[in-house]
Every structure is written in C-alpha cells, then in structure tokens.
Design a protein around this ligand. Structure first.
Ligand SMILES: Nc1ncnc2c1ncn2[C@@H]1O[C@H](COP(=O)(O)OP(=O)(O)O)[C@@H](O)[C@H]1O
Ligand SMILES: Nc1ccn([C@@H]2O[C@H](COP(=O)(O)O)[C@@H](O)[C@H]2O)c(=O)n1
Length: 203
C-alpha cells in the first residue's frame, strides 16, 4: 500500500487534486480518508453551540481514530469511516465501509500537524493557493454547497480560520515532500504525483 497525505488551507484545492490524481487509477485500487470525517462527535451540544466551534483548531479532530483507522488499513483491515454533515456541524451517526486499497489518500487541512499521521504517510503533499484565492473559493463553495451565508463565511474566516491557518496549517508546509502551486489548475504537478505513485506501486 502507498499512503499519500494531502494537506493545505481551506479552498487550496485538496479535493480537486485528489480527484485529479485518482482519475486514472482503477477505482478498486484507491481509497480516501478525509479529515472532515473525523471531526469529533458533538451530539452533546445544541446546534447553536456547535455553530460557535472553532473548526480550524486541531483539538476538534479525533486524530486518535484517524490514526487507528490508517493503521488498520495498512495492516489490511477495512474501517468504518464516519460520515460528517457540514450543515449540522456534526457526525451523522452513519459510517461508510472503507476497505484497504493499493493507494490510500488522507486529505485535510490539519493532517500534517500530527507527527503520528505524518509518519504513516509515504508521500506528503502540501497544496498551496494564495489566501485571497482560497477565500474567494471558500465563499463560493460554502454558499452553494454547504448552506452558509456570506457573513457566516466571512466571520469564520476573520475570527478563526485565518489565525488558525497561520498558526497551525502554513507551518506544516515544511514537512511536505512536494508543494503543489494551485492558484491555477496544475496538471503538470498532478502528472508528476501520478508518476511517483506508479513508481512506488512497482517497487
Ligand atoms: N486551481 C483551481 N482554480 C480554480 N478553482 C479551483 C482550483 N482548485 C479548486 N478550485 C475550486 O475551488 C473550490 C475549493 O476547492 P476544493 O478542492 O474543494 O478545496 P479544498 O478541498 O482544499 O477545500 C472548488 O469549488 C473547486 O472547484
Ligand atoms: N462544521 C464545520 C466543519 C468544518 N468547517 C470548515 O471546513 C474547513 C475544512 O474543510 P475543507 O474542505 O475546506 O478543507 C475548515 O476550514 C472549517 O472551517 C466548517 O465550515 N463547518
């Protein structure tokens, strides 16, 4: 199994890069663990309380479960990956069966902050896009796909997302083996990553 960690700030294009990487791989050879699936269960809180949570802080993620799942997959066992609802700010209570695959991708803003997760990744990638570009993409995405208002997105950006990005996410660039510049679609970088994966699979 080849494990690939993909980090980078919100809206940098992690999900897009993941989709481009897996496009040419047979579906039964690739699996994805998304950090978003591992937001801690907040069922003990009201919806209003959940809205106030700083979801860009590492303490909101159940990294122990993510690590356990990654280790299980590496040793050939399937896992039940939780399903997350951005509109509810909570886990749905449902899971999706995620079997081990030849290529496992772990993606999320904060995954490289954890030494245990970094150590489990064979290739570490950081996707970079400028903060103004990321904010524009985030605004468009959260309004169309995550049921958010403009003021909600901007408020979160100013008060939690930007400071957390600077404190926790940007510094993890130094752990990356590859940094993909993604202000524009970067097919060359994606092709290089695909080649590296193919080489690792034949080793
Ligand atoms: N290079 C790019 N140029 C323009 N738009 C992009 C680019 N990469 C991603 N996007 C768009 O930006 C939004 C956020 O991208 P996404 O891949 O979901 O980011 P992330 O997973 O890092 O939050 C999506 O609507 C996506 O289509
Ligand atoms: N209930 C939640 C949980 C997380 N977020 C935001 O998601 C971002 C991470 O996901 P990406 O796909 O953008 O990498 C993160 O910046 C959180 O602010 C949220 O809005 N609501």
């Amino acid at each position: 199994m080849v494990t690939i960690g993909i980090a980078g700030g919100t809206g940098c294009g992690k999900t897009t890069v993941v989709n481009q990487i897996i496009e040419e791989l047979p579906p039964d050879e690739v699996g994805i663990l998304s950090q978003d699936s591992y937001y801690k269960d907040l069922s003990g809180m009201s919806y209003e309380e959940r809205c106030q949570i700083n979801f860009d802080h590492p303490s909101t993620i159940d990294f122990d479960l993510l690590e356990a799942h990654l280790k299980a997959l590496k040793s050939g066992r399937p896992v039940e990956q939780p399903i997350y609802s951005f509109s509810e700010h909570n886990r749905t209570g449902e899971t999706i069966l995620t079997p081990p695959r030849k290529v496992m991708i772990i993606e999320g803003i904060l995954i490289m902050t954890q030494p245990e997760i970094r150590d489990l990744c064979d290739i570490k990638i950081f996707v970079h896009a400028d903060s103004d570009e990321r904010l524009i993409r985030r605004l468009k995405r959260d309004i169309t796909e995550r049921n958010r208002s403009i003021s909600e997105v901007l408020d979160r950006y100013q008060h939690t997302l930007k400071p957390m990005h600077e404190q926790f996410i940007e510094p993890t660039k130094e752990f990356a083996d590859i940094i993909i510049p993604n202000n524009k679609y970067n097919t060359v970088a994606v092709d290089i990553v695909r080649t590296i994966i193919s080489e690792k699979l034949t080793q």
